[in-house]
Design a protein around this ligand. Structure first.
Ligand code: NI
Length: 185
């Protein structure tokens, strides 16, 4: 069921992915789509207790970010950074923003981890066409099946393209840089 939500990537219209959302950061502050403005964003949805997929994908994104840094692009959410990576948890029950942020920063310090209420997470995932579904594990012992997609948004907060499970870190870094150069031109 992975990647079920996005079946025809090349024909998805720009307006179809992204839009307004509201989540919380680790300090409990509101984080909305307005925070995407002014930087390129790489956005990945997952959950902290994911046993294999998320650690592999987050490692890949982190490697791509390190490559971009070596090429002189500052990564992070502070003033002057060019690429701002975001991890959004789809596990509203177990992951708060503090946990999501700590989880994401373990892969790359430039990440910001976000969380929300069930309704906020559902809305945000819908905006990004992200599929997720909790299995019927008991109590706190459950898994969440989810889309494996990293979205690239431009400094206007507009969707540019996405990278799936088959994109390598090197490909991701090269494509992000290529998009940045093309955008400036
Ligand atoms: Ni996962």
């Amino acid at each position: 069921m992975h990647d079920a939500a996005v079946t025809r990537p090349r024909t998805v219209g720009k307006a179809a992915i992204g839009g307004a959302f509201e989540l919380q950061d680790a300090r409990g502050a509101r984080f909305t789509e307005q925070r995407l403005l002014g930087k390129w964003s790489l956005i990945y949805f997952g959950f902290c207790m994911c046993p294999d997929i998320c650690p592999a994908e987050m490692t890949k994104v982190a490697d791509a970010l390190s490559t971009l840094e070596r090429r002189g692009l500052r990564v992070g959410h502070e003033e002057g950074c060019r690429v701002a990576p975001i991890f959004i948890t789809v596990d509203a029950e177990r992951d708060d923003a503090e946990r999501a942020d700590e989880y994401a920063k373990a892969f790359h310090k430039g990440f910001v981890g976000l969380a929300g209420t069930e309704a906020q997470v559902r809305h945000t995932a819908k905006q990004y066409r992200v599929y997720y579904s909790r299995d019927d594990g008991e109590g706190d012992e459950y898994l969440v099946d989810h889309s494996i997609i990293t979205y690239l948004m431009d400094p206007n907060g507009e969707f540019v393209e996405f990278y799936g499970k088959n994109s390598s870190a090197a490909e991701m870094a090269a494509r992000v840089e290529g998009r940045m150069l093309a955008w400036k031109a």
